[in-house]
Design a protein around this ligand. Sequence first.
Ligand code: FAD
Length: 215
Amino acid sequence: MKENLFGRPYPFRDKVRTFCQNPSGFVSEEVYDDGLSLVNGHSYKDRKSTNTNLAILVSHNFKDPFNKPIEYGKNVAKNLNELGNGAVLVQRLGDIRRGKRTWPEELERNDVVPTLKSAVPGDITFAIGYRTMTDILRFINAMDKIVEGFADPHNLLYAPEIKFYSNKVFIDKNFETSIKELYCIGDGGGMTRGLMMASASGIQMARNLIEMEEK
Ligand SMILES: Cc1cc2nc3c(=O)[nH]c(=O)nc-3n(C[C@H](O)[C@H](O)[C@H](O)COP(=O)(O)OP(=O)(O)OC[C@H]3O[C@@H](n4cnc5c(N)ncnc54)[C@H](O)[C@@H]3O)c2cc1C
């Protein structure tokens, strides 16, 4: 696990961040209950690729009159999946800049070899909104100044990578939910989003339980 990098690129100033960086890792596909195929990534202990993969996440908030962020994300994912005939889409960064889709033969001779073999080469810009796409491209350009090669045209962008974070269970400072003696910790309550905080909440809950027993 590595530190994530944040940015607020112009003109929207949305929060953009790296997430889940996997040196020598593999991009993976997660299929959700409603049939949506989303992108994720992981590393293996023994199996290594020649790539590093990471997510670039843009945070969006909705308010009035539209307040359905999960639906919004699902619709974006659905459109991307449709364009990939049900699979995750992949596109070369250079093709995005040139305003063209990536063709299978171009992907085959690309310098960066895709680690998710089931990803379909196409055009992610058909389904990702102007605001999100601008955020991502400007963030990549800014990152290139500190991580040389980050904006290389052969780099691959997979989509959709979407985190649905707005489902939060109400808990008090002892992790107790509105149902008495029902506690929620870690990602299950929508409170944490990563290993560190989920682990910390587990340790704190254990301490709370010991304290409660001693009383
Ligand atoms: C592919 C992927 C990559 C990730 N990469 C990173 C990363 O690089 N860095 C980072 O910080 N975070 C990463 N995360 C997020 C991180 O894994 C989670 O935030 C963290 O694991 C949450 O911990 P948790 O204990 O709350 O839940 P979990 O780790 O999900 O543990 C819940 C456990 O409950 C079990 N369970 C579920 N239902 C039942 C049941 N009915 N009965 C009994 N047991 C049950 C599950 O099998 C599971 O073992 C990644 C997540 C994924 C999916």
